[in-house]
Ligand binder design. Structure first.
Ligand code: NGQ
Ligand code: ZN
Length: 458
């Protein structure tokens, strides 16, 4: 007979969001970072740590951590019409200067801010692989190690997504000089994956997936080799973010990007299609039916002028979604969810656009949808259940925006009224890494970031 696992500690919440909905008086036992017991409707026992409002930690399914270092530096008008593509030129110039220690320090700041805003796992879509000359480092996974070190330093869970990148445009166009630090052939990429997998073993619960950067950056033949390298782990790709990409894909193949991918790549529930902004109604339904997750990054999509994802039609078709902080121009879980809804309100001149039926809480639909889809996209189980990592958030019951609220109304008021200021604690594997809304290593992480960043922007 298996011995019952003794909990190292117990948390007690006056109310908590469990997979079955809001529950009262929830007592959670934790051993070795994992939830071992969860009992509803019981009082706290002596020695329990007591809190008012418990939520599961949110997955952040799409990040380019290094871009946190240039947040706010691309908001000055250039000589012509600015666009995603002029932003990308500025981003490439920033990339040129980052070394492994700089990447670690910038990523640590980004990951600390993610934890403070309620994200407990990050999908790092990592393509800054080589040295500034474009040469492979002595350890091909040197830059992956910097990402892994930043995750270890801050405590965030990592789904590492090494990116395969080989071309500048559809049909295998030769890469540009600004892309030299991203490039591999398939053999070199397999070596990177081996190194990244070995390095990720130092984290308690890291997952390593695979990410073809976009249909612009890989050929059809290369794309065919990548899913097998992922095993059962996640496969992420940027797709149909910009109209120019749709036009170039039509010119190359006669099909739009999402349609082409669904027809040629065996897209299933392992896949996360990041952005998928520009889709026809048929593509929207077909993506929903594939079981893949749409990786939505509302703050970045607004910042870069991408366009608006057809969320109401996608959700009506049963589509799965999660949220990502992508360019990290502003890291805030509640604000991502708020803008996912607000974009639709502005466009359709309506309200409560993503709640499917009368009486449903928009906040709860957003939070639970992004939790389930984000976990799927990052290769983990979602929510507060026995056997899952004890990754949790508590909200501050004294925040004025939460006064008198309970259940779903807490999520509505957190997401639409209070925002991140209502986050009190964040636990990773049962350890509180954020207290009173601040990461336990905040001062050191910021000091290290300043030291690393100043030479990069001088
Ligand atoms: C990236 N970011 O890889 O960082 C991209 C820009 C590209 C977004 N798409 C580069 N938001 O797509 O070519
Ligand atoms: Zn991206």
């Amino acid at each position: 007979m298996a011995k019952p696992v003794m909990a190292d500690k117990h948390l007690h919440f006056a109310q908590a969001l469990s997979p079955g909905g809001w529950a009262k008086h929830v007592r959670i036992g934790i051993a070795d970072g994992v939830i071992t017991t969860l009992v509803e409707g019981v009082e706290a026992e002596a020695g329990d740590e007591c809190h008012a409002i418990g939520l599961p930690g949110m997955p952040n399914l799409h990040s380019h951590a290094f871009q946190r270092g240039m947040a706010g530096l691309a908001e000055r008008r250039g000589p012509g019409d600015d666009s995603f593509w002029t932003w990308r030129e500025i981003m490439y110039r920033f990339v040129d200067r980052i070394d492994p220690d700089g990447l670690r320090a910038i990523a640590a700041l980004a990951y600390m801010e993610m934890l403070e805003s309620g994200f407990t796992r990050v999908g790092e879509f990592h393509y800054l692989h080589h040295d500034p000359a474009g040469e492979v480092y002595a350890d091909p996974a040197e830059m992956s190690r910097a990402i892994i070190a930043a995750a270890a330093e801050t405590g965030i869970a990592l789904t590492h997504l090494p990116v395969f990148y080989a071309h500048a445009g559809f049909g295998g166009a030769a890469p540009q000089p600004g892309q030299r630090r991203f490039l591999h052939d398939l053999d070199g990429f397999a070596r990177l994956l081996d190194g990244a997998r070995a390095a990720a073993m130092q984290l308690p619960d890291a997952i390593v997936g695979v990410a073809p950067h976009s249909l612009r950056a890989v050929t059809a033949a290369e794309l065919g080799h990548l899913p097998a390298l992922a095993g059962n782990n996640p496969i992420h790709i940027h797709i149909a973010e910009q109209v120019k990409e749709v036009e170039d894909c039509l010119a190359w193949s006669g099909q739009r990007p999402v349609q082409w991918l669904l027809d040629h790549a065996g897209v299933d529930a392992r896949w996360c299609l990041v952005h998928a902004t520009h889709m026809t109604p048929d593509e929207t339904r077909a993506l929903a039916a594939s079981g893949a997750v749409a990786g939505l990054c509302p703050i970045t999509e607004a910042n870069l002028g991408d366009g608006l994802f057809p969320a109401p039609a996608f959700l009506a078709a049963g589509g799965r979604f999660g949220i990502g902080s992508d360019s990290n121009v502003l890291i805030d879980m509640s604000e991502e969810l708020r803008w996912l809804e607000y974009g639709q309100r502005l466009f359709a001149r309506g309200r409560n656009m993503l709640a499917p039926d009368a009486g449903r809480s928009t906040g709860q639909v957003l939070f639970e949808g992004a939790l389930a889809g984000g976990a799927q996209a990052l290769g983990v189980a979602a929510g507060l259940s026995v056997g899952h990592a004890a990754d949790m958030i508590s909200l501050d019951p004294d925040h004025p925006s939460l006064a008198g609220r309970s259940g779903a109304a807490l999520l509505d008021s957190f997401l639409f009224a209070a925002g991140r200021g209502a986050i009190d604690r964040v636990w990773r594997r049962g350890k509180d890494v954020v207290r009173d809304g601040r990461h336990i290593a905040r001062a050191a992480v910021i000091a290290d970031y300043r030291r690393a960043l100043e030479p990069l922007v001088a």
